[in-house]
Design a protein around this ligand. Structure first.
Ligand code: ADP
Ligand code: MG
Ligand code: MG
Length: 535
């Protein structure tokens, strides 16, 4: 018997089976779960801004909606209008016409009970003048803004005094629970990084699957990687994008710091270029992935973050076939209006300005994207052939001096043009470097970015649910010894700073998606707190 192969098979079976979540079974397991009472202090520490409570945090948003729907017709209309508007925006053809007729009839006719009667001044005029012919994006946006202004006034103040807000405080209290290894079931290793491995985990009481990146504390200390680990965590928890791996929890145990992130079980793009079927990625998929990657990079840049590690290996696919950027280990926040010159990146993807140790900002990511698109087409890099044994100095020389050649048969005109613009050697001449949006290039002609950003464009390729897109478990076995390193008070302080538990937005989304929110929020289960007001 091949025992190693058997180990791998067992690990894969457990991992694949865990992904078929039995929600009825889970529900039974958590019938006794109740929401804690909020501590007096927790309400005071809470960010009470309208944007944070009612827009950014999914549970706050839901409870605010419930509050509005349970109030007067005016509030109900203010709750329903933005929903129907976004429905219209993303709808196509017949459904779009229907959504439009519904908005006009419901919200713009003074005799309708959902008429937007709270609008005043210009917004009120615009609303009355909307018609089948005159139904433009800008006018609607103005009404939406006016609705927002209305909601953040009296309705928001009333909400904060209602039982719905008390319920929100309960959820916030629950969110603060301490996270340990006991919170998860652990499954097979999916990959290996510089400071430890990444394995699949599942939250016991919600069934939610995640990837857990474990950083070995001793190794971190020995190699001085603490600062970068903390930076990676801090940037990860700030991003909220469909195209970047999101952080759900950070915690630590005796030996490791742990980052719990979206599980990307469709494999990385490097694996897809070189290991599956014919080398390279066909054009339809390539355009789709590039569109998502570009949107993810733009999101980082909008936060003044440079990624610095753009390469197919760091782009991972999820179960649906959408991709996200991962591994923000080299990402840094740029000082306002200033440049940096630190050398960082991977050989073959580094821009001329990095190699020459010149000052740079975001331009290096667009260069690396150009190299990555090239690689997805040709299964080699512009200045380094696949598995070519070549010194870094020679790759540097070619990057600085040689023109990029497009010899592979799969390069078409728009793709060559886009890559050439990303591979301009001078930063200022490079597409994207001066803040222009690369997404208007004709390469992306087939993509509706509006729908893409809402996650509504069907992926051109979907991973098979019975395949594990990772190398066999035995290939990750680690034989290197780590000597026993002692930790002092300063280390402990750093471990605590790192271990902040659940990340609000992601955790709240997990509670809603898994049904836990609806179960615990059922007034019949939890009515002992109803009617309790917090001032
Ligand atoms: P390092 O910073 O040490 O390079 P990475 O973050 O790149 O570590 O993770 C190492 C490997 O683990 C990746 O190449 C990938 O195969 C796997 N991996 C990382 N994050 C995820 C994830 N969210 N889902 C699935 N696999 C992942
Ligand atoms: Mg990596
Ligand atoms: Mg890294």
């Amino acid at each position: 018997y091949d025992l190693v192969g058997l180990d791998n098979l067992v690990a894969n079976t457990a991992y694949l089976r865990a992904q078929q979540v039995d929600y009825d079974e889970l529900r039974k397991r958590r019938v006794s779960l109740t929401l804690p009472k909020p501590k007096n202090s927790s309400g005071l520490l809470l960010d009470r801004k309208y944007e944070s409570v009612c827009e950014q945090q999914p549970i706050g948003r839901k409870l605010f909606q419930e509050f509005l729907l349970a109030s007067n017709p005016q509030y109900v209309a203010a709750a329903e209008f933005p929903e129907e508007l976004s429905h219209w925006r993303f709808a196509e053809d017949e459904a779009r016409e229907k959504a439009k007729r519904s908005i006009l009839a419901k919200f713009c006719q003074p005799e309708s009970k959902s008429f937007l009667s709270y609008l005043t001044g210009e917004a009120a005029e615009i609303c009355k003048n909307l018609s089948n012919k005159n139904f433009d994006e800008e006018a609607l946006e103005q009404i939406k803004e006016a609705t927002r202004d209305f909601l953040r006034g009296k309705p928001f103040l009333e909400f904060m005094k209602s039982p719905f807000f008390y319920r929100f405080l309960q959820w916030k209290e629950y969110e603060k629970q301490k996270i340990t290894n006991k919170y998860f079931y652990e499954f097979r290793t999916l990959g290996k990084g510089g400071f430890g491995e990444v394995c699949a985990v599942q939250v016991k009481y919600t069934g939610q699957m995640y990837a857990c990146k474990k950083l070995d504390k001793s190794r971190l200390k020995k190699k001085g990687g603490e600062r970068f680990a903390l930076l990676e965590k801090q940037i990860l928890e700030k991003v909220n994008s469909l195209f970047i791996v999101n952080l759900a929890y950070s915690y630590n145990d005796k030996t490791h710091l742990c980052l719990v992130m979206d599980l990307m079980n469709g494999g990385d793009l490097k694996f897809h270029i070189y290991e599956l079927g014919e080398r390279g990625i066909r054009m339809e998929r390539l355009i789709y992935y590039t569109a998502q990657i570009t949107t993810g990079i733009l999101h980082l840049h909008s936060m003044d973050v440079v990624y610095r590690d753009m390469k197919p290996e760091n782009v991972l696919l999820d179960a649906k076939g959408q991709c996200r950027l991962s591994d923000l280990g080299l990402a840094v926040e740029l000082p306002k209006g200033r440049t940096i010159c630190q050398k960082a990146g991977t050989t073959g993807y580094m821009a001329p300005e990095i190699l020459k140790q010149e000052n740079y900002r975001i331009s290096v990511d667009w260069w690396a994207l150009g190299c990555s698109i090239y690689e997805m087409v040709a299964a080699r890099l512009p200045f380094k052939d696949f598995r070519e044994k070549v010194h870094n100095e020679e790759v540097t020389r070619r990057t600085l001096e040689d023109e990029c050649k497009f010899e592979h048969k799969n390069f078409d005109d728009p793709t060559k043009d886009l890559i050439s613009r990303f591979l301009r050697k001078k930063q200022l001449h490079r597409l994207g470097s001066r803040g222009e949006d690369p997404r208007s290039h004709r390469f992306f002609q087939s993509i509706n970015f509006h729908r893409l950003e809402a996650g509504l464009v069907e992926p051109p390729w979907v991973p098979k649910s019975n395949v594990v897109y990772a190398r066999n478990t035995d290939e990750f076995r680690d034989n290197s010894e780590v000597e026993n390193i002692k930790f002092d008070a300063k280390d402990e302080k750093f471990f605590n700073e790192f271990s902040t538990g659940a990340v609000s937005v992601r955790w709240q989304k997990e509670m809603i998606d898994s049904g836990v929110f609806d179960e615990l929020n059922d007034p019949k289960l939890n009515d002992k707190h109803n009617g309790t007001f917090v001032s």
